[in-house]
Unconditional design. Structure first.
Length: 317
């Protein structure tokens, strides 16, 4: 990459960078309550990067899910801009600036961003998936690479190569994405898309028209029960990866897994009636998960702080 000198003085650049990360944190807090709560368990110097990755993904996703007059053109323009900014090493857009800084600081391969943008672009044309294999191919860009982007920020335990932890990071990204698909069936069909495998729907006698009409019945409940089991297996695949992470990052991942896994439990408690409205984990439950992990996270941070010199700034600039 060719690094162009950012405009202004160093102090001005730091001010812009701090504001950019603050914008990303606000986006994460507004749109990803469980996700944002879990990130509070991370050390302060790692948290902004995770917010930046979330905010960038959310921005691109919203261009597709909350489109303007020209969603294809808007997404293409944003994609071109973020890749150009990454090459230049700076951006005038706060979300893209934080993303560029995060990518460079943690040496995240640009291919992950390219694959993510390709998945978002496919959402403009592809509205269903024949089977789980087809859905997995889509999730490589929409979920797997998200796990791979976050992995360098979380870090790995001493002696653990990033490649060893990568398959579990992929599985966790997919588990989170699949959880969202099950929770958001009604919202997605309203946008013209179905993320339930067509062959599984057919096996249970569930049609796209039934989803559009929000008709819950025993067949739909059986389909959702099967899909919840599929998602739980992804969480099982991800679980061995948590001990491979840096100790100070593990409780964040454990909390996020508990909170997203809680969405599956809420779906079951609602008798799989996700067509009636979005299910969610209650605020008291979210806070209880956070509190349970907080002490362990603080102890891990103390151990790491005693072993390493402190960073000069929360953004690493």
């Amino acid at each position: 990459m060719t690094l162009l000198r950012p405009p202004g003085t160093q102090a001005h650049r730091q001010e812009q960078l701090t504001a950019a990360y603050a914008r990303c944190a606000a986006i994460a807090a507004r749109h990803g309550k469980s996700y944002h709560l879990a990130t509070r368990l991370l050390p302060g110097d790692r948290r902004p990067a995770v917010h930046a990755l979330y905010a960038a993904a959310r921005t691109a996703d919203d261009l597709v899910d909350l489109p303007g007059a020209d969603p294809e053109g808007d997404l293409a323009e944003w994609s071109r801009a973020v890749l150009a900014d990454l090459e230049a090493g700076w951006s005038d857009d706060p979300v893209r600036l934080a993303l560029v800084h995060t990518y460079r600081r943690y040496d995240i391969p640009v291919e992950h961003l390219v694959d993510f943008l390709a998945a978002m672009t496919s959402d403009l044309d592809v509205d269903s998936y024949a089977d789980m294999a087809a859905l997995d191919r889509y999730m490589w860009g929409s979920a797997s690479v998200i796990g791979l982007q976050v992995l360098p920020v979380l870090g790995t335990a001493p002696g653990v190569a990033r490649e060893e932890a990568a398959p579990h990071a992929i599985a966790l990204g997919e588990a989170f994405q699949l959880t969202n698909f099950l929770r958001d069936v009604a919202e997605d069909v309203d946008r013209g898309r179905v993320y339930l495998p067509a062959d599984a729907m057919a096996a249970h006698g569930v049609t796209r028209e039934q989803l559009a009409e929000k008709r819950h019945d025993a067949r739909f409940a059986a389909l959702m029960r099967e899909m919840v089991a599929v998602v739980r297996r992804r969480y099982d695949d991800a679980a061995p990866g948590t001990p491979l992470l840096a100790p100070e990052s593990r409780d964040c991942v454990r909390a996020a897994t508990d909170l997203y896994g809680g969405i599956l439990r809420e779906i079951e408690r609602a008798d799989y009636r996700v067509l009636d409205g979005r299910v969610s984990v209650s605020r008291p439950r979210r806070l209880a998960v956070f509190a349970r992990r907080l002490t362990a996270a603080q102890l891990a941070r103390v151990s790491v702080t005693m072993a390493k010199p402190k960073s000069r700034s929360s953004t690493g600039a």
